[in-house]
Design a protein around this ligand. Structure first.
Ligand SMILES: [Zn+2]
Length: 285
């Protein structure tokens, strides 16, 4: 599933191609892709100019002239792809945004868990202000989301972990606690910080919290530079259908049995409660 670095890569790609361009039409062929409100509501953004893009956690925001916002969540397998106007549609294309100059922006999603929606459509109007403008059921998830993972410091993390019995991995991947981290980067961040992912939040020491905060920025930053992680299932590709390369830098994720890059001991895939995580038992405490 695409996480913060993958969504950020797509956001930067979109920014480079479509900013300042006018949206001519929106066509939706996959009803599940626009399931939070009636699909024709998407046509509210037709004729508007894309003025800005933003990202909060794994959510991508496209802001238009007139203060309209379109939110995209890729979830399991959603991809945003650039295409020339009228070129052949690949399988599982569920929405096509046709621009005046830059061609088309297509939403492709084999598993159909991904979605597009205009926030605030059942309450206050969607604006380009704060990402979580509460406006109705469509916005409940955004309204309850924690700070973006690139914005949290050690003091904030310490407060979020304090008193929690839940394991670190569960806390790091809970979007209400920190937004943007999923299975891959939680494991890589815990390894980079030298902290076991099954350690209870309340048992994480101050030194470990500082290392986790630093590792979050460092790992996510390197992953963005490498244009994200594309696993064997190829669920994530960039705007041009190209894979990322951060998977080659993974230290633990999906490396069970392979030697730890630091100490040589085989990486383990451990289960705790309903969760699983890859870790090195020698390097992580
Ligand atoms: Zn190790």
């Amino acid at each position: 599933m695409p996480e913060l670095p993958e969504v950020e890569t797509v956001r930067r790609d979109i920014e480079a191609v479509y900013i300042g361009d006018r949206l001519q039409s929106v066509e939706v062929s996959g009803p599940r892709t626009v399931r939070r409100h009636p699909a024709p509501l998407l046509r509210q953004i037709e004729g508007l100019v894309l003025t800005r893009t933003a990202r909060w956690g794994k959510y991508l925001m496209l802001d238009w002239s007139g203060g309209r916002r379109l939110v995209v969540h890729l979830r399991m397998s959603g991809q945003l792809r650039h295409a020339t106007e009228g070129s052949e549609l690949v399988a599982h294309t569920h929405a096509v945004l046709r621009f005046a100059r830059a061609g088309e922006l297509r939403f492709v999603d084999p598993r159909t868990f991904g979605e597009l929606f205009i926030p605030g459509t059942s309450g206050t109007p969607g604006t380009s202000g704060t990402p979580g403008t509460p406006g109705g059921p469509a916005d409940a998830e955004l309204a309850h989301m924690g700070p973006d993972a690139l914005q949290v410091g050690a003091a904030h993390l310490a407060a979020l972990f304090a008193g929690h019995r839940a394991p670190l991995k569960a806390l790091l991947t809970d979007q209400r606690v920190v937004a943007g981290i999923g299975n891959i980067y939680a494991d890589e961040i815990c390894f980079a910080a030298g902290v076991r992912p099954d350690r209870a939040g309340r048992d994480v020491s101050r030194g470990q919290v500082r290392r986790l905060a630093a590792a979050t920025l460092e790992v996510l930053g390197r992953a963005i530079e490498a244009r994200g992680s594309t696993l064997a299932d190829r669920r994530y590709c960039d705007l041009y259908g190209r894979p990322g390369s951060f998977q080659d830098q993974h230290c633990v994720y999906a490396r069970a049995g392979a030697p730890c890059k630091t100490c040589g001991r085989p990486v383990e895939r451990a289960g705790f409660g309903a969760r699983r995580a890859y870790l090195c038992r020698r390097c992580q405490r």
